[in-house]
Design a protein around this ligand. Structure first.
Ligand code: UT7
Length: 320
């Protein structure tokens, strides 16, 4: 049993902040940001929350897939920036869209989160536990950035992407996923101190902190390795792959992955220029853009691949 994508949707907050606008409030420049990352602008939330963005993306995916909310048996939301510890973002989405029959769960694998959500949906489909499932990657990273750290805050944005999937025995899907907690300290956020009756620790919560160069090296090494692994597992040659939809963190990472895979850069659609890095949302947002631009037809073979905090990584081979 595999799964097939019935519909996609995405949502980006209205407010666009350009590199030049950032340069007015911090010591940076469009030249530095765009030459090192390919990012020109990002969307930043003013009125939206993770829940409102997730709901808007989900409604579009359901409409695109012709699926009614009550048909959903599961909602999986990948996020590291939900609005509350509880209720989960998935339960909030359930309430807003009226998916009364869904079992709802959030999962956090940072920028690999959407691939992990697909992995979970596939496992549920295989186990006969899931038939129609809604998957969402959503982040309001602007609320957890250290806006005084120019080396990190310029890289990220807010947004949501969603797909609705159906269990389908006729399709092939292969997934590779991995984690390396031993190297987790190169990308961290919001240390939660003990602060109880016995221990007092009022030190401020940490925001996103990253050793950019270490993450860069990890990404360039792990993406081709993981992609080659699923190509082998699927018995599919690179020539047969129409697109590689990679996590949109940095244009240079994607170009390096393309070189190492010996694949033309044209097979790697990108939107990092106008979305920046929206963590677990990058892959479904880009997939939605590609689909809505009419770039995919039934049967096309594509690969999705993500990497990020944890450290985590994951790739999926699927047939459109
Ligand atoms: O989802 C995964 C998320 N993580 C990532 O995607 C991170 C991957 N890593 C990267 O994308 C790159 O490592 C960065 C874009 C973060 C950094 O690029 P780099 O070429 O590795 O630059 P660097 O860290 O070596 O910094 C070079 C210089 C430093 O100045 P000095 O010490 O050479 O004088 C920084 O202080 O650039 C300076 N710098 C900046 N200058 C202007 C750092 N941030 C900025 C900035 N504007 N925003």
């Amino acid at each position: 049993m595999a799964i097939r994508i019935l519909g996609t949707g995405s949502y980006l907050p209205e407010k666009v902040v350009t590199n030049d606008e950032l340069a007015q409030v911090m010591d940076t420049s469009d030249e530095w940001i765009s030459s090192r990352t390919g990012i020109r602008s990002r969307h930043i939330s003013i009125a939206d929350t993770s829940t409102t963005m997730a709901v808007k993306a989900a409604k579009k995916a359901l409409e695109d897939g012709g699926v009614k909310p009550e048909e959903l048996d599961h909602i999986f939301v990948a996020t590291l920036s939900g609005d509350h510890a509880t209720p989960s973002t998935s339960c909030e989405v359930q309430k807003e869209i009226g998916a009364v029959n869904a079992v709802c769960m959030d999962l956090n694998a940072a920028c690999s989160g959407f691939v992990y959500a697909l992995n979970t949906a596939m496992a549920y489909a295989k186990a006969g536990m899931g038939r129609k499932m809604l998957l969402i990657g959503v982040e309001t990273l602007s609320k957890i950035m250290d806006w005084s750290d120019r080396s990190t805050c310029v890289l990220f944005g807010d947004g949501a992407g969603s797909v609705v999937v159906e269990a389908d025995p006729s399709r092939k899907i292969y997934i590779d996923a991995g984690s390396d907690g031993m190297k987790g300290d190169v990308l961290t956020c919001e240390e939660r101190h003990l602060n109880n009756l016995l221990v007092k620790d009022d030190s401020p919560m940490q925001q996103v902190q990253m050793d950019g160069q270490e993450v860069f090296k990890f990404a360039v090494r792990i993406i081709p390795k993981s992609v080659n692994k699923i190509l082998d597992a699927a018995g599919v040659s690179k020539d047969e792959i129409k697109y590689y939809i990679l996590h949109q963190a940095n244009r240079r990472i994607i170009e390096a992955a393309a070189r190492r895979l010996k694949e033309p850069i044209e097979k790697f659609p990108m939107n990092v220029d106008h979305c920046a890095n929206t963590s677990s949302a990058t892959i479904p947002i880009l997939l939605d853009e590609v689909h809505r631009n009419g770039m995919l037809k039934a049967g096309d073979k594509i690969i999705l691949s993500g990497f990020g905090g944890g450290l985590t990584w994951g790739s999926v081979y699927l047939e459109w």
